[in-house]
Design a protein around this ligand. Structure first.
Ligand SMILES: [Zn+2]
Length: 137
């Protein structure tokens, strides 16, 4: 679960808004992309859905293993939504692969990956194309 952390209560935890993402607003398109409604993982399908803030007042997202479901709070800033989606997916990977990652490990992993993709926008495309054995030129 990625909890909403009000100012002054985040202690030593890493906050996404504490990391600088230059040009973040320039990379957000006019059409708001949404994550796929299902994410395939090891032959399973993880559902991804959104809930209004009134139903998720204390956290940005959640992973429910027995439902294979990720829920994201509506109304997050685009970068927070992406980070939360990846964060909850990391919880799913941790549970399904029995990695037993701590909340801090999940938070750091997801935020690090988002930062890498943010700073290297060509990387995701490259990886996808190479996985599919496509030419990269
Ligand atoms: Zn979490």
């Amino acid at each position: 679960m990625k909890k909403y952390l009000p100012e002054g209560e985040h202690g030593s935890k890493i906050r996404l808004d504490a990391i600088e993402f230059p040009d973040a607003t320039l990379r957000v398109g006019r059409v708001r992309p949404r994550p796929p409604s299902t994410i395939k993982f090891l032959g399973r399908e993880i559902t991804v859905s959104f809930r209004p803030e009134s139903e998720m007042p204390n956290h940005d997202g959640e992973w429910v293993e027995n439902k294979m479901a990720i829920t994201i709070r509506e109304g997050l800033r685009a970068l927070e939504e992406a980070d939360t989606t990846l964060h909850e997916l990391c919880h799913g990977v941790s549970d399904l692969m029995m990695l037993n990652l701590s909340e801090r490990q999940v938070r750091c992993l997801a935020t690090a990956l988002i930062g890498i993709f943010q700073d290297n926008p060509e990387l995701a495309s490259y990886l996808t194309r190479r996985m599919n054995n496509e030419a990269t030129t």
